[in-house]
Design a protein around this ligand. Structure first.
Ligand SMILES: Cc1cc2nc3c(=O)[nH]c(=O)nc-3n(C[C@H](O)[C@H](O)[C@H](O)COP(=O)(O)O)c2cc1C
Length: 396
């Protein structure tokens, strides 16, 4: 098993895990290979449920032949089923397999149901308040983990869930100034607000637990965003977190499920290449300024004025989001097809893809290393020597 490290285990629903969690990364960036490999090391690996059909050539073929919403949704349900099954097999029963579900996605209830039926160990829900998650999982033995950004959100979820007789099995607190992908803040200017600082959120969470007469030891808190070294892990755990969630450093591991070009774009990006912008979900997001995003941002205000208020048919027919700036003509939201752009990035199409990324430098710099190497570095501070001739995974 894992070499010794100085940290207490992260205990979720009675399962003892390494205190490093691999965050869910859509579209397809964290599928079965990454999640299963992380779980096999004794940690929590997460499959991002959104639009997993892009990993399955037969399903894509079916979608091309019959490009209607029912076929696309069915393909995604089948793909999620296959990915959970494959991740569980790969994990050899170690660690935990979670399914990340975005509340903002139309099919979120379907994805939750499939995660329960296929025996996933946890559902991690973000991109909206997961107030209905206890109802959707009624009677199921599965860990429920909301993703929030500040203590106010924690208070709202706890109060609502307690009325249903449920507590979260853990809570992820994601810092909008550092994390990759969609950010839990309504206004970009707000992301450096002191209410998101981990030490403050952890202290305020303790106060909320006390006021609600819940023992804080019942609900581990996992912090996420920009944690990129052993020292940073240590600082978070010493500040009172029970675990840390890591995104970008896992996306660029050998086992990461995206195309090698995707990993190169993320690993090679410098701080000047990383930008924040408003996504079609209406939430701010963080990504690498690759050619498509640069073009989009250059024309953003013109696009908004010209077509911002016009409604249009969903370009993929999937209708993935419950509110989409492009389809619904919501002027202040983004105006592009996020599914098309994220799928292009997954395939390694550097010119046309949207490459989500966290803001901070990576633990191994520009090097692509294994999940095992990354966990070892973060937990012990020691980097293993590179194994010569080890091949990186590619989309298969
Ligand atoms: C490529 C990419 C895709 C992501 N997609 C999702 C997602 O689908 N759902 C989600 O809850 N978080 C998503 N995230 C956020 C990560 O799960 C994680 O919490 C965050 O990236 C942590 O910050 P770090 O990248 O600095 O480690 C994504 C992040 C990246 C880099």
């Amino acid at each position: 098993m894992f070499p010794s490290h100085p940290f207490a285990p992260l205990v979720i629903r009675g399962r003892s895990l390494l205190p490093i969690v691999q965050g869910g990364m859509g579209v397809g960036v964290s599928a079965h290979r990454l999640a299963g490999s992380v779980a096999r090391e004794g940690a929590l690996g997460t499959i991002a449920s959104i639009d997993l059909r892009h990993h399955h050539a037969d399903l894509l073929e079916r979608c091309r032949a019959t490009p209607d919403r029912a076929t696309l949704e069915d393909a995604n349900r089948i793909a999620l089923t296959r990915e959970i099954h494959a991740a569980r097999t790969l994990s050899e029963g170690r660690g935990m397999i979670a399914v990340n579900v975005m509340k903002a996605v139309n099919a979120h209830a379907d994805y939750v149901r499939i995660a329960c039926e296929l025996g996933a160990d946890a559902i991690v829900m973000g991109a909206g308040l997961p107030l209905d998650l206890p109802d959707l999982t009624q009677g199921r033995d599965i860990a429920l983990i909301p993703i929030l950004s500040d203590s106010r959100g924690v208070g709202v979820v706890l109060r609502k869930w307690m009325k249903k007789g449920r507590l979260p099995d853990a809570i992820v607190i994601e810092h909008p100034a550092h994390a990759g992908g969609h950010l839990g803040v309504t206004n970009l200017d707000d992301m450096h607000d002191a209410r998101f600082e981990f030490t403050r959120v952890l202290q305020e969470i303790d106060e909320i637990f006390t006021s609600l007469q819940i023992s804080r030891s019942e609900v581990p808190v996992i912090v996420a965003g920009g944690i990129n070294s052993h020292e940073a892990v240590r600082a978070c755990l010493e500040a009172g977190a029970n675990g840390v969630q890591i995104g970008t450093p896992f996306a660029v591991t050998e086992e990461g499920d995206a195309h090698p070009n995707f990993k190169r774009v993320l690993a090679d990006a410098t701080s000047e290449d990383i930008v924040e912008f408003v996504s079609v979900t209406g939430l701010p997001a963080r990504a690498v300024k690759t050619p498509w995003l640069e073009r989009y941002l250059r024309n953003e205000s013109r696009i908004r004025t010209k077509i911002g208020a016009l409604t249009r048919a969903c370009p993929t027919a999937l209708e993935c989001l419950s509110a989409c700036g492009l389809r619904d003509g919501i002027e202040k939201f983004g105006h592009f097809c996020i599914d098309t752009r994220l799928a292009a990035a997954l395939r390694g199409d550097v010119n046309n893809g949207l490459f989500f990324r966290g803001r901070e430098a990576l633990p191994f710099g520009t090097a692509i290393r294994s999940v095992r190497d990354l966990l070892e570095l973060l937990l012990t501070g020691a980097a293993r020597p590179v194994v010569a001739g080890r091949l990186a995974f590619s989309l298969g």
